[in-house]
Design a protein around this ligand. Structure first.
Ligand code: KG4
Ligand code: ZN
Length: 354
């Protein structure tokens, strides 16, 4: 179907997200209005296992997705026939979940005669700041989530240059593991942040991995081990005070490391540009404050999406769909779901490490 000029300027896109443990559907308009944004977290399904079980996640997506899409359309007050495109996460992520979302999107696109747009989940996070603030390209993106920790130069739609990445764990993974060690449960990030509020960040001295090193890569596995060693010296069961102090000390180091690495990336950019933070860990207030401070001292704008748009959702997928639709992109109905899908062309080259 050929879009009219008006449709192309302000397309209405249905977005579907199912790459991890959130089943989500949303309708977003090209002028940045989020008409609906429905997210069903599977937290209770996975809590007993202390992490996401891919098989359980895929089944839950199957059970809930149809109903969530209907709700997203109803809340937006539109019918499927009114949308201009159907966008769905096509990777990277847990492959069972990605298949469920992408196959559903294909069926809807085929049935309703709408274009299908497959979205890279990371691109969804990367473009969210444009949905909320209209920030122009280029910008520097710190993408911090459960599976990723990267600094990227975002030059345009589909034009990403990776400046730095983690050489071991992702930062969200480190939060989740520290939460587990402290018995704070799952998901770890918000629990560590809550515990840290009452804690003393200076009580334990922890290593500050990579600080001062050239480049802007990250490493969190040594920090995680150091936290384990500190916990081993404390009386069991852990007191609330000890828990809070470990959480605060860990979070302070992470905030310092992220700020140090981001400062280096700012220096690697050819000209000053906005600093943008995205991904689940960007929901952390201490980290946001630290980065905001950094941007202020460098005299560059700072953009962080509201917290509910930092963690996984479908509005970010619908918005990435809007951007691609405007650029005239659409995908064939045999588009393949991808478990791995790096954002930048260099890392995506055959033989490159994702
Ligand atoms: O982007 P996201 O929702 O899913 C992925 O694509 O990974 O990120 C989830 C990650 C989890 O590791 C979670 O613990 C972390 O983001 N997270 C946080 C906070 N909220 C979520 N980490 C630190 N502080 C938070 N408030
Ligand atoms: Zn994510």
């Amino acid at each position: 179907m050929e879009p009219s000029a008006a449709m192309a300027a302000h397309p209405l896109v249905l977005g579907i997200e199912s790459s991890c443990d959130e089943t989500a559907a949303a309708v977003v308009a090209g002028d940045g209005r989020i008409l609906s944004n429905v997210v069903l977290s599977q937290l209770d399904d996975h809590r007993a296992y202390g992490g996401v079980v891919p098989e359980i996640a895929a089944r839950a997506h199957v059970s809930h997705l149809d109903g969530l899409i209907k709700r997203a359309l109803d809340e937006a007050g539109v019918a499927l026939a009114d949308v201009d495109a159907v966008a769905a996460t096509a990777g990277p992520g847990l492959i069972g979940g990605v298949i469920v979302g992408l196959t559903t999107a294909k069926a809807l696109a085929l049935g309703a005669g709408k274009p299908l747009i497959g979205i890279n989940h990371l691109e969804g996070h990367a473009l969210t700041p444009r949905l909320v603030s209209g920030v122009a390209f280029p910008y520097l993106l710190l993408l911090v989530s459960g599976g990723h920790c990267q600094l990227l130069a975002v030059d345009g739609i589909g034009r990403y240059r990776r400046l730095g990445t983690t050489i071991d764990d992702a930062v969200g993974e480190a939060f989740d593991k520290v939460a587990k060690m402290l018995g704070l449960g799952y998901p770890g990030g918000p629990a560590v942040e809550r515990a840290a509020e009452a804690g003393d960040p200076a009580r334990f001295s922890l290593p500050r991995p990579m600080i001062g090193r050239p480049g802007c890569d990250f490493s969190f596995s040594g920090l995680k081990t150091a936290v384990r060693e500190v916990i081993a010296t404390l009386p069991v069961p852990l007191s609330d005070r000890d828990r809070a102090d470990v959480a605060a000390s860990f979070q302070a180091v992470v905030a310092n490391v992220l700020a140090d690495r981001t400062r280096r990336a700012i220096e690697m950019m050819p000209a000053p540009c906005p600093l943008v933070v995205a991904g689940g860990v960007a929901a952390n207030k201490a980290i946001r404050a630290r980065l905001e401070d950094l941007a202020r001292t460098r005299g560059i704008p700072f953009v962080a999406p509201p917290i509910k748009l930092c963690t996984d959702n479908a509005a970010m997928i619908a918005w990435a769909g809007v951007e691609h639709f405007r650029a005239g992109h659409q995908d064939p109905l045999d588009l393949k779901p991808r478990a791995r899908w790096p954002l930048d062309a260099e890392a995506a080259a055959p033989g490159a490490k994702a």
